[in-house]
Write a protein that binds this ligand. Sequence first.
Ligand SMILES: [Zn+2]
Length: 380
Amino acid sequence: MIKFFFFTTLLLTNLFSADRGKHISPFIRVAIITKAESLSLKTSSKIYVYDVKANQKYMLLSNSTYEISARSKDIIRVAGQNLYSPIKLVSPDGEERIKIGGHTYRGEIILHTDVQENLTIVENIPLEDYIGGVLSFEMSPKWPLEALKAQAVASRTFAIKNLQPDKLFDITSGVERQVYKGQQKVNPRIIEAVNHTRGEILTYKGKPFKTYFHSCCGGHTANNRIAWHETAVKPLKGVKDPYCKNSKHYKWSLYISKADLLTFIQKQGSTALRIRGMRVLKKSRSGRAINIKFTTDRKSFTVRTYDMRKYFGATDFRSAYITKISKKKYGYKIYGRGWGHGVGMCQEGAKSLAHRGRSYKKILRHYYPYANLSNMANLK
Ligand SMILES: [Zn+2]
């Protein structure tokens, strides 16, 4: 059974906040936890549970633990009481912050049940505050300001592109979208990057597009159509990038034993019992391996590099940008460049460009050619 603990906590230090006085930011609903069977809520101060449908508030005491579970697709059980889904956690004075899995959240916390009778925790937060949180995890708060500004524009555009008003939430908070774990790492530099670019997004032909980004491209960014069979978008066609060369993520290597490779191709449908060779069969224009061919004791067998990365894990098999495969006694050593899918902005390159004095606008122009910098307020 999956069980999460979360806390309400009164923070003594101030969280830095993007200036919300002058402008009103739209909100985004971020799924913090999905598919939880039950939750354990620990309070360090008084907190209200608000049943929106019944318009009823229940007070939870401080320094107590409450069990929360889904009763049905419509009912959430809190401390022995059946409440309608969704419920909101509301602090009496607005000062409490909610901690989930060690991370601090400032937005409104909403709990839903779904048709599978699982719980989802959603934070409803002003978009600009969300962008600040994303920056603190997607880049280091210590990175140069112009790189943080470029990331702010890319992350804001990506968020806007992900809004799904008819769903329970707009975006998830893991690496599959953009990493978001609350506000505790937000610092004044990040606030400056967010405020300086407030409302700014990238558009192509008047519309925002999926402004993908990744850690390090290894010398050439990837084309989104070739990487994922998506519709081709000119700003995501892939560009040469000499700027991430000094990054520690520029080169990688990985040894995989013949036994592990054999298990992998068998799972992909090969009837082979022995691997005799392994080579890149087809490369994209950016230099990434599209597929890899194995010669075996049976027929040769071809796999997609995408599937191979997924199987061996993107942390070890860092990119599809394979430069060499060498045969070892009991396996193969794969040499490659960069880290991540390679589409859109290369964060390591953006950092290096910022160090060289380039503005965020120039950085964005390099990684998303043909895109325009627009303001959200002007979108139809
Ligand atoms: Zn790069």
